[in-house]
Design a binder for this molecule. Structure first.
Ligand code: NDP
Length: 606
């Protein structure tokens, strides 16, 4: 398919918009930053630990020695377990609080749940398990099924401890193993420990005074209460017909939920602090003729194209295989530079052109709202004033039209930096009391809050009882983002200190392969412990600093959110520390490291 640049308005006033963006950002900044959010504990512990989708699992506590304990059965844990099994490491356990594999795709079953990233890129191991997604953008149920399929394909079900939450992780040097305790009274002694709980593991609640006082019904989107609403992920929420419902939050989750709540509730209040960008979805079923043309390795090729076109740079002549809203800015930029005769540009010149494309795309998205939302005042409130990728972009064909419904009210709470108050009967916004029957919290997850909060395990202790939370209090120190000195045999997935892709499944798979290699080598060589030397770790941290491509200036201009540590004094990217040369450069670096067979930088103890 020929992928053309999009048409965007050229008459944008960059200076005026820069000022507007700054005003909108400042209006929303809260001094408490990430500490504004309320944890799902105490009054709200049911929002996290109660599983509405599976009956409680009864089993006796387990005490056993294993080679690898993997914490988490979402894509990070599943892919790790799969690659371990593939490497011949069979004595493993996957510890998962849910009643099945799936992680975020197990828990998030709200109406309309869908992945915004093209399924051919996002849904992993399509070729390996012999499945092709039915739609270009998959719905949640299909992704959850792929998790189960991976579980079956690699024989992981017999390795899983479902309904199980790790409570403490303590290195015991006397046996060279991690002692893992759980809510089930288990006592596992694991030679290796893989941290794979993922970024969307713990829901968080908005910091609204009086949040504990509401006497009506409430739940978080990641624990959707179909007993209360009726229906299922595709609709039919008939029990809401006589209910006044408020949804707090307008991020990627709310954008998918709102059309359903609008359709079925007696009245819906959408409480918006910051509008999301909403582009068209244009989903379609998979073209089977296209599928027949796919040659072996097609998925990896497409994933690479998506990553580069979204987060790196489309150099002259590079194809944009995915060609959707994620890749629009780079695609347009590539065409603009081609129009200039592909001159050699300095970084400043390139970034200036990129900024202009960004502003034009955002202007296109604002104009799009005017063409869909009939009420002018509502349309104005829905317009996002920040740069693309300051927040997660959204794509949905039903969200904006929902605001044309007479039973849907948009309430802008940006001036009060969020909803003013919740009380027994509902909420207060703009000094007005609104009584509601139900509050739905679409308030996101503990993605970048303090590590202890987000991991949710009280004790994680390495050598000599050192707490991991103290160890990393001043920043990550790792070898390649996988291991840290003082915490033998502990391996990390996710956004720590390495190559990053927001198409997270690709990142997890690369991490899984690397960890499987380390564990396999250690076991084959009879090593009891594997740990980075302090020197190797320091050298990696130095490499990270030296190669860093800082996006701090970009994030500082952004409206607050988890992408920039809520816009506080210290700007922290939700992507952790990113290896500057890029995700695929990091992949090659790790492959080269493995190919030497030297386990360089790691000490293997016997
Ligand atoms: P987000 O963290 O993105 O959104 C939380 C929402 O709650 C924001 O709109 C936020 O406003 C609002 N909020 C927080 N505090 C208050 C307050 N005090 N008063 C009023 N509003 C408040 O969570 P989501 O669950 O929407 O999404 C989380 C992530 O999950 C996404 O960014 C994405 O990565 C992933 N996701 C992916 C999907 C996919 O298609 N792949 C679909 C859904 C989610 P503000 O913006 O002002 O902070």
């Amino acid at each position: 398919m020929n992928c053309e640049p999009t048409r965007t308005p050229h008459n944008v006033d960059l200076d005026a918009l820069r000022q507007r963006y700054a005003r909108e950002r400042d209006k929303r900044r809260r001094p408490e930053g990430e500490r504004q959010y309320v944890e799902v504990s105490d009054d709200f512990s049911d929002f996290y630990e109660v599983d509405p989708y599976s009956p409680p699992i009864e089993r006796k506590p387990i005490a056993e020695d294993i080679d690898v304990a993997i914490l988490g059965g979402g894509f990070a844990g599943l892919l790790t377990a799969a690659r371990m099994k593939e490497a011949g490491i069979d004595n493993i356990r996957v510890i998962e609080m849910a009643g099945d594999f799936g992680g975020t795709w197990y828990w998030n079953r709200y109406p309309g749940v869908q992945c915004d990233i093209e399924s051919y890129c996002y849904v992993p191991l399509l070729e390996e398990v012999g499945y092709l997604t039915t739609h270009r953008y998959s719905y949640g149920a299909e992704i959850f099924e792929q998790c189960q399929r991976i579980g079956r394909h690699f024989g992981l079900y017999e390795k899983a401890l479902f309904g199980t939450i790790a409570r403490s992780l303590i290195w015991d040097a006397s046996i060279n193993r991690w002692r893992v305790t759980t809510n089930r009274g288990d006592n596992l002694r694991a030679r290796f420990l893989v941290m794979a709980s993922g970024p969307y593991n713990r829901p968080k609640l908005p910091g609204i005074p009086g949040i504990n006082d509401f006497k009506g019904h409430s739940f978080h989107t990641s624990r959707w209460d179909y007993d209360y609403t009726g229906g299922c992920t595709t609709g039919g929420l008939h029990k809401l017909a006589d209910k006044r419902v408020a949804i707090i939050g307008t991020g990627a989750t709310a954008v998918q939920v709102v059309p359903f709540l609008g359709k079925y509730s007696k009245h819906l209040y959408v409480l918006q602090r910051t509008p999301s960008t909403i582009d068209n979805r244009g989903n379609r079923t998979t073209d089977l003729d296209w599928a027949k043309t796919l040659a072996q390795g097609w998925q990896a090729e497409r994933q690479k194209s998506f990553h580069i076109a979204t987060f790196e740079q489309l150099y002259p002549g590079m194809p944009d295989l995915v060609c959707d809203g994620w890749t629009e800015i780079n695609r347009n930029l590539q065409a603009r530079i081609a129009g200039l005769g592909n001159p050699k540009l300095s970084m400043e010149e390139y970034m200036a052109l990129r900024e202009r494309e960004d502003y034009q795309v955002m202007e296109r998205l604002r104009e799009r709202i005017d063409s869909i939302v009939k009420d002018k005042e509502t349309a104005e409130k829905l317009k996002p004033y920040y740069r693309f990728l300051c927040k997660r972009p959204c794509f949905n064909d039903d969200y904006l039209p929902t605001f044309n419904r007479p039973n849907v009210t948009l309430i802008d709470v940006s001036s009060s930096q969020g909803v003013e108050r919740i009380n027994e009967n509902g909420f207060v916004a703009g000094g007005v009391q609104y009584d509601v029957d139900c509050i739905v919290y679409a308030s996101g997850f503990e993605i970048t809050t303090e590590m202890k909060r987000r991991i949710g395990i009280e004790r994680v202790e390495g050598r000599d009882g050192r707490s991991l939370y103290d160890h990393w209090a001043d920043g990550f120190m790792t070898l390649h983002g996988f291991m840290t000195h003082g915490f033998p045999n502990q391996l990390w997935t996710g956004f720590i200190q390495g190559g990053v892709s927001v198409n997270v499944t690709v990142m997890y798979d690369n991490q899984a392969r690397h960890m499987a290699y380390i564990v396999k080598e250690a076991l084959d060589r009879g090593a009891q412990t594997v740990e980075p030397t302090e020197e190797a770790q320091a050298a990696w941290v130095k490499t990270m600093r030296e190669t860093e491509v800082s996006n701090e200036a970009f994030l500082r201009e952004c409206t607050p959110g988890y992408y920039n540590g809520e816009g506080g004094k210290v700007i922290r990217s939700h992507l952790g520390e990113v290896y500057g040369p890029g995700f695929y450069a990091f992949k090659e670096l790790m492959e080269a490291w493995r190919n030497t067979g030297k386990m360089e930088g790691l000490v293997l103890g016997t």
